[in-house]
Design a protein around this ligand. Structure first.
Ligand SMILES: Cc1cc2nc3c(=O)[nH]c(=O)nc-3n(C[C@H](O)[C@H](O)[C@H](O)COP(=O)(O)OP(=O)(O)OC[C@H]3O[C@@H](n4cnc5c(N)ncnc54)[C@H](O)[C@@H]3O)c2cc1C
Length: 299
């Protein structure tokens, strides 16, 4: 089996940028992604307006641009799901759904997934009115009533998206102020069909074959056709937790260099400990991690 310089795990914002930098560095590598980057969180984003130089752009369009860029440079990619990553004597063995690869370094960019709300009815009605992605599932609430739970950028962006297609939108946040950027909350104030419930928490999601209502912890209830949960993310770090030190939430401990507690294993994007999880910082991480890996290979 050929010993590669690098395997890049994940083909989102971080992984595709890593692929561009690895190609420019002349490395022998492969970038692995479950499904042609379609698992990236960018695909769940209606409109991105904070990626420098591009103005407003759809999340799907942006990930396709990232992918086409890496492809145009000849970056080797394979659509397969990584199952295990093991390290022995400085060589990583990456077992994926189609092939097994060996490499001197791994740049791990598997991103993050939604955090569940954890209330009764959530799991039961998941896919039957409970969703974690308004862009993916908002159509089932077209001209109906949708409720979003959360107070960050994602929750407010989802509310803005749903306000365009739903009759009524409720936004429920457990604190008295949103954490989302002011530019987003200002736009929310302009939407006549959005009602915010602050200092409020859901106790239960109810329905029959699909969601029909929610109950708050204070006993109030609302009739809704859909519930969109946007209460944060959990890192997709499972595969490297046995190798690299993580914080209590599971984010892989690494600074800007992407270097982890395991020599030769680098992380980039939402999966690492950092203050701001965004597309532009994920791209920056991808570049930094490959740069660090090149230094490691040349040591
Ligand atoms: C709804 C929503 C709206 C957002 N809006 C914005 C915004 O407006 N502006 C902004 O800057 N950021 C926004 N973000 C955040 C932004 O999308 C993320 O910060 C960014 O995508 C992180 O990049 P990443 O490469 O770390 O992860 P991702 O882009 O999520 O990519 C991870 C990739 O890893 C792959 N993968 C995972 N596990 C495996 C495995 N075992 N094997 C192979 N492949 C694997 C996945 O398929 C995926 O393609 C938003 C996020 C969400 C959810």
């Amino acid at each position: 089996m050929e010993l590669l310089d690098m395997v890049i795990v994940g083909g989102g914002a971080a992984g595709l940028t890593a692929a561009v930098y690895a190609r420019r560095a002349g490395l022998r590598f492969v970038m692995l992604d479950v499904a042609s980057s379609m698992g990236s969180q960018l695909t769940q984003t209606d409109e991105v307006e904070n990626y420098t130089g591009l103005g407003k752009i759809g999340g799907m369009e942006l990930i396709m641009k990232f992918r086409e860029h890496a492809q145009s440079m000849g970056a080797p990619m394979s659509d397969e799901s990584v199952k295990t990553i093991a390290e022995s004597d400085g060589v990583f063995t990456v077992t994926a759904s189609k092939n097994t690869y060996t490499a001197k370094t791994v740049v791990y960019c598997a991103g993050a997934s939604h955090r569940p709300l954890g209330v009764p009815g959530e799991a039961e009605f998941s896919g039957k009115g409970v969703s974690y992605c308004a862009v993916c599932d908002g159509f089932f609430c077209r001209n109906k009533t949708a409720l979003i739970v959360g107070g960050g950028d994602t929750a407010v962006s989802e509310a803005l998206y749903l306000a365009k297609i739903c009759k009524q939108v409720y936004l429920v946040h457990r604190r008295d102020e949103f954490r989302a950027a002011k530019a987003l909350t200002d736009r929310l104030g302009e939407c006549e069909n959005v009602t915010c419930f602050m200092n409020a928490e859901l106790a239960e999601i109810s329905g029959e074959s699909r969601v029909t209502s929610v109950t708050f912890k204070d006993g109030r209830s609302l009739d809704v056709d859909g519930v969109f949960v946007a209460v944060g993310i959990v890192p997709n770090s499972q595969l490297i937790r046995p190798l690299a030190e993580c914080d209590s939430a599971g984010f892989v401990k690494a600074g800007e260099s992407g270097a982890t507690s395991c020599e030769g294993l680098f992380v980039a994007g939402d999966v690492r400990t950092k203050p701001l999880r965004q597309i532009i910082t994920a791209c920056s991480d991808g570049a930094n991690a490959v740069n660090s890996a090149v230094d490691y290979l040349n040591r």
